[in-house]
Design a protein around this ligand. Structure first.
Ligand code: HEC
Length: 106
């Protein structure tokens, strides 16, 4: 019984890390790293800062990435970010979720 539980937990953990690495791949392949670093604010806010704001304000990152919710991190610069949401339209729901999970893992 114990062994089964341990295996179930291990399986659950590996599934979530697969999602995060899929999200990381998308993040890199779509050129997001040009303006977003993990821990320091550059042209865009750091992933850590985005993650903190979304958790604090209980924001819906999936909706934002799909273009269905307004910017909540730094709305005065939202115009700069807008163009980079367009290439995300071709992603599946699972890929958007993986991307959001990757950002929120910071
Ligand atoms: C040319 C620079 C640039 C690129 C490239 C870029 N961003 Fe941004 N991003 C910004 C700036 C500036 C902001 C701050 C404005 C804002 O909060 O909307 C921002 C904000 C964000 C936010 C917070 C939105 C909010 O609620 O305020 C997310 C999430 C985000 N970017 C994700 C991405 C992803 C994913 C990509 C790649 C597809 C990407 N960014 C590419 C400049 C960029």
């Amino acid at each position: 019984m114990k062994k089964v539980t341990v295996m179930a937990i291990a399986a659950a953990l590996s599934v979530s890390s697969v999602f995060a690495s899929e999200g990381e791949k998308i993040f890199k392949s779509k050129g997001c790293t040009v303006c977003h670093k993990a821990n320091i604010n550059t042209v865009g806010p750091s992933l850590k800062h985005i993650s903190e704001v979304y958790k604090q304000k209980n924001g819906d990152l999936v909706a934002y990435l799909k273009g269905n919710a307004k910017a909540i991190v730094d709305p005065s610069k939202a115009a700069m970010m807008k163009n980079y949401l367009k290439p995300l339209k071709s992603l599946s729901d699972e890929q958007i979720k993986a991307l959001a999970d990757f950002i929120l893992s910071h």
